[in-house]
Design a binder for this molecule. Sequence first.
Ligand SMILES: [Zn+2]
Ligand SMILES: [Zn+2]
Length: 371
Amino acid sequence: MPSTRDYYEVLGVEREAGADEIKKAYRSRARDVHPDTSDHEDAEERFKELNEAYEVLSDEDKRANYDRFGTAEPQGFPGGGYGYADPFGGGMGDLFSVIFEGMAGGGGRQQVRAEGRDMSAQVVVTLDEAYSGASKQVTYNRVAPCATCEGTGAAEGGTVTTCPTCQGSGQVATARRTFLGTFQSVAPCDHCGATGTVIDPPCPTCGSQGRVQTRETVVVEVPAGVYDGQPVTIPGKGEAGLRGAASGSLIATVRVRPHDFLHREGDDLHAQAGIPMTIAALGGEISVPVFGDSITVKVPAATQNGDSLTVRGSGMPRQRGGQGDLVVHANVTVPRKLTKEQRKLLEQLAGTMGDVTSHSKLDRVRDWLGL
Ligand SMILES: [Zn+2]
Ligand SMILES: [Zn+2]
């Protein structure tokens, strides 16, 4: 029973109309002639006609056939028109999606999100603080639970009741009966704004939201051994939930400032340390300051410039227990000034080692003057 009317005329578009234009025209006409909403006597007939026209003109191949032969069916192909014998068969899926896209009124289908989102912040610590752990204050803008109503959203004496329309689900199911069958669809509950609860009267501070914009300060406990970039989570200090629903977390990212002479690699600490040439040659001990402590570093005999000396367990604390190492890079130093006696001793040493030294007249004068 294909329509006798011209499909373009049915949709009210030009023969050159593009796919978008056809879709648009279909939607606007579908609303006018839909049997559920139209009071036209022949609404159902007109709706069928419209669907028939749309089904053909929205399909490139069928439209081409229609333009050429005045029918959507491939020529020489037996069979009847585009009835509704098998409404869920080929081609109809698109038709339904168009109908419901058009009727949902765009958006609004999502249920209102109740829980608060996570928020982020940044905390800067020195390496000393990373070594020992620290409590740092962070001040930030936060959507916090409303203090007036304690998050309920109700004014004093007001009540919070489960929405009678949706029974607290925030959604209402509607059944549409059409000649194509009965369709179930879910829409946000208008009565409660999709929240599932009705508040009467609402809190004057937050207007029933149960949360307000504030500026808040929290203390972030930075663990000893914290890494640069490590997140510290403070549950419940993110965005407050709607009407007392769970708040998100505050996730504070810890930034560790570089130290003047201690350099961190993993849980190890590295330092450059000057080692007098005598200690380097003979062996001995030096002390290296690490965060207020003085760490004794053993220097083996014949330590060379650039050698590394490791003190186990004197590095950064490990967050799972234990401690990294302190690695000292030897910087062997030569005295800038020698007494007459020291010079003599060194010259003797040089002599025994076969080293040729140059000792100018000027140096000798200096020695004599004790400079
Ligand atoms: Zn409130
Ligand atoms: Zn409701």
